[in-house]
Design a protein around this ligand. Structure first.
Ligand code: NAG
Ligand code: NAG
Ligand code: NAG
Ligand code: NAG
Ligand code: NAG
Ligand code: NAG
Ligand code: NAG
Ligand code: NAG
Ligand code: NAG
Length: 634
């Protein structure tokens, strides 16, 4: 297992240089003593390497400090074999702590309110999978910074105190697998995005404020039947008989979206694309999925000081270098910016470590961008968990998504007896990705762009909505030469330097993604023989010439009554890929439009009306075709 050793070596190297070359700053003496007192008074079955004569901030497992090493800000001790109650007057002294994870231990007793109520800056509290019992604390308002609260898999009983509504920053609440009872209170917290109350003893009905959550969030309780909530998107039963290809689409609709275009230019470009592609194929031999042996060499070269894995504070994964040391890794694949490895940690969680190649910006600039990206927390954005930068090596740590990317789902599994992704899922991918991109565009004073939107960078979040990954790397990289550009099919025509992406070019790439979801075809795909076609041009030409449902993925034709919705999405997609960047809709408008697709489909509004609305919001799509010069670069 070359890979295994490779990654192991690289992380050992970090640990080594981190430990040896870091100037040992003063330790937070009082916090250190509090931690030692905690460890001394709680029974634990695994040894913890907390020594009085080593540095808390640099050398203690599970402990993170503020940048100036003045306070302990995070404590993550999952699965250390703690038993018994939390000793008093210990953790309560860590008053600057923001992240506390004691999950997967055997800690018992009641909720340690007297201790934890002193931790006013707590943002993440993980106590799941312990043996806590008794009631929940009655006054939650002491933790008004709390963002994630996970108390699942314990023995808490009694009811949920109404003061939980005072947690105005809460995004995630998990109380599953306890013995909680009574009515579910009105948890009126708009920021709440994840809720799990399954397998308790709740009675009554689901309060109105929680109707936005799927019924699965409440299963395993004794709730009255009227709370059989509709899922966020109603699911059409798949029709066993695929309907005929000539699915009726009203002609005015299509007329509205396609006129004009330049056939001659199209042919010229197709020829150019063909040459680009065959060159790419020759070079493509390197890009096969292969285990890599060279990690070790580069790792041993990194001799800089200060080489440490940098974790973002709101990290909800509790792992540390020791976990990574024990991780086994395999190559997931090569992306635009480097190689991705899948690493399995001991606590059975899995992460993705990405090795970047050709970063051209200096460390400072790189770090500034990482801080912007790493602090984004949104359900539709895949979080950056950690990064590492040295002279020879840049690593990024992301979550691992079991189902793979949208690209793999759309193009990877055909003909292997796998069910192709259904229309509901595609709709949710489109909605989620749009929300994620719109959110990214609001970051860093509205200066952040994604720069590399494509289906292989979109994943499904836990609710099945699209979730955007790989943000903001493009400006840090050396510009890719056009033949090597795997992202070519997504690139807006005005973008000649990949470092200079704009919000409008993100909108273009998103439009290509929509067309990909609709057609099931890659942005650059072969049509018979060796001819390579750009998806945007192909869709435009088919829509223009044939006036049929020919553009749509045949796999989608077996779902009844979705033509309206597919046409809506097609119109939005074409609006996003118009040639002139200033004519493309802005991301917030795109979000509204894709969110309306389903509303349009279910409300049975007269079809012409709904189309007119979209058409009004849509700059003339034929502009995409007229006078294109785009992606086929010289
Ligand atoms: C710390 O103290 C222990 C004994 O308590 C000793 O064995 C160890 O070498 C010391 N380590 C350092 C880094 O001083
Ligand atoms: C830090 O801990 C590691 C093992 O966890 C040990 O190898 C190393 O010597 C320690 N460094 C210091 C300065 O104590
Ligand atoms: C808690 O956080 C606030 C804002 O970040 C900070 O000003 C304050 O010093 C923190 N409290 C402690 C005890 O560290
Ligand atoms: C809470 O803990 C449960 C059990 O370990 C886990 O499945 C779930 O993902 C956690 N939720 C959050 C938001 O961390
Ligand atoms: C909760 O459990 C404890 C025993 O662990 C019991 O004494 C108490 O009555 C229970 N409370 C409720 C409300 O069921
Ligand atoms: C929320 O907090 C305020 C003060 O912090 C308190 O007066 C109020 O009772 C709390 N609300 C609930 C429902 O506990
Ligand atoms: C609750 O327990 C069930 C059965 O043990 C398990 O499948 C489920 O994942 C648990 N839920 C959480 C949130 O841990
Ligand atoms: C739920 O309540 C019923 C009756 O009120 C009780 O028999 C059962 O043990 C409770 N279940 C849990 C998990 O507390
Ligand atoms: C469920 O609730 C109903 C009334 O609210 C009660 O009659 C029934 O016994 C409960 N079932 C269980 C298993 O607790």
């Amino acid at each position: 297992m070359n890979m295994n050793k490779g990654l192991l070596f690289i992380f050992s190297a970090f640990l080594f240089f981190g430990a040896v070359f870091l100037p040992i700053a003063a330790d937070p003496v009082e916090d250190k003593q509090a931690l030692l007192d905690f460890l001394r008074h709680i029974h634990h079955s695994h040894t913890v390497n907390w020594k009085e004569n080593t540095s808390v901030c640099n050398n203690w497992t599970g402990v993170s400090c503020s940048n100036d090493h003045s306070r302990v800000t995070a404590l993550r001790l999952p699965g250390v074999g703690f038993r018994g109650p939390v000793p008093s007057n210990t953790l309560g002294r860590l008053s600057a702590i923001q992240i506390l994870s004691l999950r997967s231990n055997g800690i018992s007793g009641s909720f340690p309110y007297a201790e934890f109520s002193k931790l006013k800056n707590l943002t993440i509290l993980f106590l799941q999978s312990n043996d806590f019992s008794g009631p929940l604390p009655s006054d939650f308002s002491v933790w008004n910074n709390l963002v994630i609260l996970n108390l699942s898999n314990n023995g808490f009983n009694g009811s949920i105190p109404p003061s939980i509504s005072n947690l105005t920053h809460l995004t995630s609440l998990n109380l599953a697998n306890n013995s909680l009872s009574g009515d579910i209170p009105d948890i009126n917290v708009p920021s709440l995005q994840h809720l799990d109350l399954t397998n308790n003893n709740f009675t009554g009905s689901v309060p109105k404020s929680l109707h936005r959550f799927p019924s699965s969030a409440f299963s395993g309780n004794n709730l009255s039947s009227e709370n059989a909530l509709p899922p966020a998107l109603p699911v059409h039963p798949p029709n066993s008989k695929p309907s005929k290809k000539s699915s009726k689409l009203s002609e005015p609709a299509i007329l509205g979206i396609a006129i004009g275009g330049c056939v001659l230019l199209f042919v010229v470009i197709a020829v150019l694309m063909f040459f680009c592609h065959s060159k790419k194929q020759r070079e493509g031999g390197l890009a096969t999925k292969k285990k890599e042996g060279s990690l070790m060499k580069t790792a041993s070269k990194s001799q800089e000081q200060n080489n440490r894995l940098f974790f973002f504070e709101h990290c909800s994964l509790a792992f540390d270098l020791e976990d990574l040391l024990r991780a086994s890794a395999e190559v997931l694949g090569k992306g635009t910016f480097g190689i991705a490895y899948k690493a399995a940690l001991e606590d059975s969680s899995t992460i993705v470590v990405k090795r970047l190649k050709e970063v051209t910006v200096p460390k400072k600039e790189f770090e500034q961008q990482m801080i912007v990206v790493g602090n984004i927390r949104h359900v539709n954005v895949s979080p950056l968990r950690a990064y590492y930068y040295s002279k020879d090596e840049r690593l990024m740590v992301y979550d691992f998504y079991e189902e793979g990317s949208v690209s793999a789902m759309l193009h990877g599994k055909r003909g292997e007896g796998q069910t192709p992704i259904d229309w509901e899922t595609r709709l949710k991918i489109a909605i989620g990705a749009a929300r994620g991109i719109a959110h990214i565009h609001t970051q860093n004073g509205c200066k952040l762009v994604h720069g590399n939107i494509k289906s292989s960078n979109i994943f499904l979040n836990s609710q099945g909505y699209g979730c955007v990954s790989d943000i903001g790397l493009a400006p840090l990289m050396s510009p890719m030469s056009p033949p090597m550009m795997r992202a070519a099919g997504y690139r807006a025509p005005e973008v000649t330097d990949t470092r200079k992406a704009t919000p409008a070019s993100d909108v273009y790439s998103y439009g290509v993604l929509l067309l990909e979801l609709l057609t099931g075809k890659s942005p650059m795909h072969a049509v018979g023989g060796n001819e390579v076609v750009h998806l945007v041009r192909w869709v435009n030409s088919v829509v223009r010439e044939e006036w049929t449902a020919e553009v749509f993925d045949v796999e989608l034709l077996r779902y009844p009554n979705i033509e309206e919705e597919m046409v809506e999405m097609l119109q939005i997609g074409l609006a996003c890929v118009v040639r002139m960047p200033e004519q493309r809709p802005k991301m917030p408008a795109v979000v509204r439009m894709v969110e309306e697709i389903r509303a349009v489909g279910t409300e049975n509004r007269p079809s012409t009306e709904s189309r007119l609305e979209i058409a009004a919001a849509t700059p003339s799509p034929q502009a995409a075709e007229v006078g294109t010069s785009s992606s086929a670069q010289p």
